[in-house]
Design a protein around this ligand. Structure first.
Ligand SMILES: CC(C)(COP(=O)(O)OP(=O)(O)OC[C@H]1O[C@@H](n2cnc3c(N)ncnc32)[C@H](O)[C@@H]1OP(=O)(O)O)[C@@H](O)C(=O)NCCC(=O)NCCS
Length: 202
């Protein structure tokens, strides 16, 4: 009797563990902790030493997207930017692992460690080229900060970190698309408006 109770407890524990999703980072987190932030844009009002390692604004940290962020509000943040649709956990996981395998997607988030919720995100996408001696071109996509956290320099922080990452990967250029009213925001990082931007929706 004692043995069967022991076994079922062990089995239960085993089942519990196998149903836990292992937390994986989309890219190596040490990339963020090792970047040199000493020349961070002087327009920051607060002192930001190392956003990938030290908590700033009391409890916020910059980190790569995690495979478990489906449960930490990541998609809700994206919904504040555009239409996201109905994404199952399974689909989220599949997309996460495809992105991770390619190594070209640096989806970066800000987490509030008090609530463990994602409160901001921005992505650097590395585009493989043949031109310029097989260079990499960087593109910034999907920059959004939760509306209750806006105006605290977090948008600025995301862009500054993504620009640092693009330099780390030696991208020959970094581009982004934005609305006219956001141009001054990006100009503070050195972005310049150039040419026309064409698109077609399917
Ligand atoms: C854009 C966004 C990411 C900025 O985040 P934030 O954390 O509020 O921005 P910051 O506090 O870092 O502000 C940085 C500067 O940009 C300015 N700024 C912020 N949002 C702006 C907006 N929508 N239009 C114009 N300027 C803006 C701020 O005035 C601030 O300037 P200051 O330092 O001189 O005061 C945020 O407003 C957001 O998520 N918006 C919805 C999604 C979106 O539009 N994303 C951008 C797609 S290109």
């Amino acid at each position: 009797m004692k043995i069967s109770l022991y076994v079922s407890h062990t089995v239960l524990l085993f089942l519990f563990h196998t149903h836990q999703t292992t937390e994986e980072a989309l890219y190596d987190r040490t990339l963020l902790t090792q970047l040199d932030y000493s020349d961070f844009p002087s327009q920051f009002k607060q002192k930001i030493v190392n956003p990938g390692r030290d908590l700033f604004c009391d409890s916020l940290i910059v980190r790569p997207l995690h495979s478990t962020d489906y449960d930490h509000g990541f998609l809700d943040i994206l919904k504040q930017l555009t239409s996201v649709g109905d994404i199952s956990k399974d689909l989220f996981q599949k997309r996460f692992h495809r992105m991770k395998a390619s190594q070209d997607y640096l989806v970066t988030v800000i987490e509030d460690t008090r609530t463990k919720q994602v409160i901001g995100t921005g992505s650097l996408i590395l585009e493989q080229k043949f031109i310029h001696e097989c260079a990499l071109k960087g593109k910034i996509e999907e920059v959004v900060v939760d509306d209750t956290y806006r105006g605290k320099e977090l948008g600025k922080l995301l862009i500054a970190v993504l620009v640092k990452l693009a330099k780390h990967f030696q991208c020959y250029k970094l581009t982004l698309d934005c609305a006219d009213h956001m141009i001054p925001f990006y100009e503070t990082f050195g972005f310049q408006k150039k040419n026309n931007f064409m698109q077609i929706y399917f």
